[in-house]
Design a protein around this ligand. Sequence first.
Ligand SMILES: [Zn+2]
Length: 238
Amino acid sequence: MILQKTLHALRTIIIAPTCPICGKRLGASETFVCLDCQLAAPYTHLWQSRDNTMEQRFWGIVPVERAAAFMWFTEGSPWRAMIHEFKYHNHWFLAENLAQWYATELLRTDFLQGIDLIVPVPLHWRRRLARGYNQSEYIAAGISSKSKIPYSFNAVKRSVNNPPQAGTNFIDRWQNIDNIFTVKHPEALVGRHILLVDDVFTSGATLTTLATAIRTACGGNVKISVATLAATRHLVEK
Ligand SMILES: [Zn+2]
């Protein structure tokens, strides 16, 4: 992470930063997304309401205290393209910047109140090695840097390198990813309120499985909340 950060710092000195959404050169007062794009961003505002549509996706499956995504993920959206970029093109710094911005908004509400620890959804070591990083760790680091809530990258491990799930339905996905997580350090989680973070919430199957694995390992003595950078609107609102 340190080497990647140093290289990124050098890059921003050499290349004038531009807005990743509209491509405009950023002004001196603008951080990674320009002010116009910040104003027009497809915010979900889900973090401002309890029992929201994303929380409802967990009902009857696993107890979740709070759940929210930052942006709606719609076909053809430049935000969708950006989130795709940081997953596949080494643009992890966009994930961290977006997460810091998200945390600033979360801190205006009570969403993060009582949360003790941030846990990113782990990648299988083989996929992490191939990609060079886990984007969710940068999301955790971004929220942590603003909120001062600590994170843990090693409490949970992904033990099965499940294949990409695009195109399968919810039940198939769920069965496909059952038992893929191993809780390595339940003692770090028991009795605490954990915030699970991921980039995109689609069916919720991955987060449901991870939350269930953590609850089981902690004998039910744990609280879980969920924050993602994006959510697919039609799936959340179905
Ligand atoms: Zn812009």
